[in-house]
Design a protein around this ligand. Structure first.
Ligand code: 5GP
Length: 180
């Protein structure tokens, strides 16, 4: 096999094996915590689609998966603080146990907004599972009930996360080198 084309100018921050191991651990923890209930994973699009796909398979419980489209960033890398719903859940969630699955909590504004929105729909519970957290940029403190990795204040791509819609299909989390 030749060298990867898409990864050519990306340095690895968290490799695929470490992600897989952590996702398995999170799945086991969630399986234990929700043992007696029926769970709804709310995948926050687009960045969480790969994480949700892997996490769902690491949870040994009956569950359903819903998708919530959210736009909080433009094509740049700065949070606007404005969260727009671009795709809503397909069914009501009243009385259900909701686990919001996020790719990354950065300022916290997106999750804070989603928690408020989903609570108005009267679920039995709402918790948050995020693959990544960048505490250095916190503007609102939000509970992260299940966390994959804490990272430093760098813009990361891969494993679902994009830069202007690119790099989502990288199998690892990395940093784009500015030189190419
Ligand atoms: P927050 O509202 O917490 O500031 O931002 C959450 C959203 O911003 C994430 O779901 C993600 O879409 C985007 N985001 C924040 N940091 C990064 C990053 O380092 N890389 C990428 N690709 N997206 C990020």
């Amino acid at each position: 096999m030749g060298a990867s084309t898409i990864a050519a100018n990306v340095s690895t921050m968290i490799d695929a094996e470490s992600i897989a191991k952590r996702v398995r651990e999170l799945g086991e923890q969630i399986t234990r915590d929700y043992a007696s209930s029926s769970l709804v994973l709310v995948c926050v699009l687009k960045g969480s689609f790969i994480f949700t796909a892997d996490l769902a398979r690491a949870i040994d419980l009956p569950l359903r998966v819903e998708f919530l489209g959210v736009r909080s960033y433009g094509e740049g890398t700065k949070s606007s603080g404005v969260v727009q719903i671009t795709h809503d859940l397909s069914r009501p969630i009243e009385g259900e146990d909701i686990l919001i699955v996020e790719d990354i909590v950065d300022t916290g504004l997106t999750i804070a907004h989603l928690l408020e929105l989903l609570k108005t729909r009267k679920p039995a519970s709402v918790k948050v599972c995020s693959l990544l957290h960048k505490p250095a940029r916190t503007r609102v403190v939000v509970p992260i009930d299940y966390l994959g990795f804490t990272i430093e204040d760098k813009f990361v791509v891969g494993y679902g996360l994009d830069w202007a819609e690119r790099y989502r299909n990288l199998p690892f989390i990395g940093l784009v080198e500015s030189s190419s």
